[in-house]
Ligand binder design. Structure first.
Ligand SMILES: Cc1cc2nc3c(=O)[nH]c(=O)nc-3n(C[C@H](O)[C@H](O)[C@H](O)COP(=O)(O)OP(=O)(O)OC[C@H]3O[C@@H](n4cnc5c(N)ncnc54)[C@H](O)[C@@H]3O)c2cc1C
Length: 432
């Protein structure tokens, strides 16, 4: 790393403003090896960073591009089956109805303000009396607020606009793909997977919009408006299905592109990464953690789920040590200095390494394995008691730490003091 004083450590460097280009070595079909290097680009220069374990997390499109660049765009090098499940990037399928409205008295607009209600909405699509699709969409009813999408439908001139919109769960479409152009940049093609019940779902959405919009009229006394010529006029009758224009939103509207490097589906089938987000193809020491691992697009915002996946992955890659408390009680009637050992650098005790524990007081450390404590008298630091701490245990200091050897005591009370008096003195001396 570049030190503040300008010196460079030969073993450690920070390279800012770089992008990851690819992983090395290039996988061979049918083989799974370890990636040894992450190749990054800074300006026109490439650097190779040695890697033991790496997590690809450049977002759905760029993570896919990193895998593609690692095989020169030829996905067959990852082995059989990879090409069929890689790169099917998708975004939510969603629909919205937007309509301007008049408040009875436009001065009320400020009083009413923006309103938004969000709720899951279940489709119960039946055929021949059987439920064939009971998927859940996310439905939003928003009045006079642009807090929700689709943003480009909110045309109402100076009028406030009401919106009813839905995000539908969306499976990955095998027609979708990520490819590299001649500059090694990703190009995606996105379409929606076929939904055999889409027309029925549109009917459900339309019916709901009619009901919701008429309810709003009754409750808030507003009037929906329609465009006639250059002007808007209030609709003085109930909203009907014919008034509802259900507009699909285009891919990218949500900025929730996902699914290019998916984990297995709920039946644990398929997956470029396994259910623990580790690559199943190419390399055995690479994980992926961004929206690309979503096996389908759920009807909700994805980021919290992604954060949960990231926490789970970090726990799996670096297991959390099992810290447990241990409490030390000082009942020996005199203040003591306690020094806690740290037998492993990777899991040092939580709590101070050194502490003055007053008579009658206690202190709790958290430890992962047996540790030792040295107990010194606060008056002299020539000798100590030793105790072992066990995670989850309790320790009592019942005796005063042993008195220092006689000659040390003599020199302490004499004019020429040769040994350290207190633990602090001793630490300072040792530091020198
Ligand atoms: C306007 C907007 C509003 C949103 N609102 C919401 C919301 O309300 N709720 C919600 O759940 N989600 C929301 N999202 C979506 C949310 O931002 C994404 O779900 C989330 O950021 C995706 O995380 P990710 O890790 O997959 O990708 P990203 O967040 O895009 O992270 C990828 C990172 O990798 C870096 N990178 C890319 N390529 C390379 C490379 N080659 N080398 C090195 N680094 C690279 C990028 O700079 C970026 O920092 C919103 C998105 C947008 C754009």
């Amino acid at each position: 790393m570049d030190n503040p004083d300008g010196q460079t450590d030969k073993n450690f460097r920070t390279i800012l403003n770089t992008t990851v280009v690819r992983l090395e070595p290039e996988p061979k079909p049918g083989q799974v090896t370890s990636a040894t290097h992450v190749v990054v680009k800074h300006g026109d220069k490439e650097f190779k960073i040695a890697c033991k374990q790496a997590i690809v997390c450049a977002g759905t499109v760029e993570s896919g591009a990193i895998l593609l660049r690692s095989v020169g765009g030829d996905t067959r090098k990852f082995g059989d089956g990879f090409s069929e499940i890689f790169g099917h990037v998708t975004d939510h399928r969603s629909f919205g109805v937007a309509m301007p409205f008049f408040c009875r008295n436009m001065a009320e607009r400020k009083t009413i303000g923006g309103i938004k209600v969000t709720s899951p909405m279940k489709f119960n699509i039946t055929r021949n009396g059987e439920v064939v699709d009971d998927s859940v969409s996310l439905c939003v009813v928003a009045l006079d607020t642009i807090s929700f999408l689709p943003r480009d439908d909110l045309t109402g001139g100076d009028l406030p606009v009401g919106l009813v919109s839905w995000i539908l769960p969306t499976t990955l479409s095998p027609r979708n793909s990520i490819e590299l152009n001649d500059k090694n940049e990703p190009r995606i093609s996105v379409d929606w997977a076929d939904d055999p019940y889409l027309e029925e779902k549109k009917e459900v959405m339309r019916d709901f919009a009619v009901e919701a919009m008429n309810k709003v009229v009754k409750v808030l006394g507003i009037r929906w408006a329609e465009l006639k010529g250059d002007d808007y006029y209030p609709i003085l009758r109930d909203i009907e299905a014919a008034d509802i224009v259900l507009r699909p939103t285009g891919p990218g509207t949500w900025a929730h592109e996902q699914g290019s490097i998916p984990m297995p589906n709920r039946n644990l089938e398929g997956g470029v990464v396994d259910e623990h987000l580790r690559m199943k193809y190419g390399w055995n020491n690479i994980s992926v953690c961004d929206l690309s691992v979503f096996p389908y697009s759920a009807a909700s915002n994805p980021t919290l789920t992604l954060a949960a996946l990231a926490l789970r992955l970090s726990d799996e890659l670096v297991p959390e040590p099992n810290y447990r408390p241990v409490t030390v009680y000082n009942v020996c009637g005199q203040d003591v200095d306690v020094v806690v050992d740290a037998s492993k650098r990777s899991t040092p005790p939580f709590g101070p390494q050194r502490l003055t524990l007053q008579a009658g007081k206690n202190h709790t450390w958290k430890i992962t394995q047996q540790e030792a404590i040295l107990i010194f008298s606060c008056q002299h630091a020539m000798s100590y008691d030793l105790q072992f701490l066990v995670p989850g245990g309790k320790n009592l200091i019942i005796d005063q730490p042993p008195a220092p050897p006689l000659d040390a005591q003599c020199s302490c009370s004499g004019v020429e003091v040769s040994g350290p008096q207190t633990l602090q003195d001793r630490i300072s001396l040792e530091a020198e």
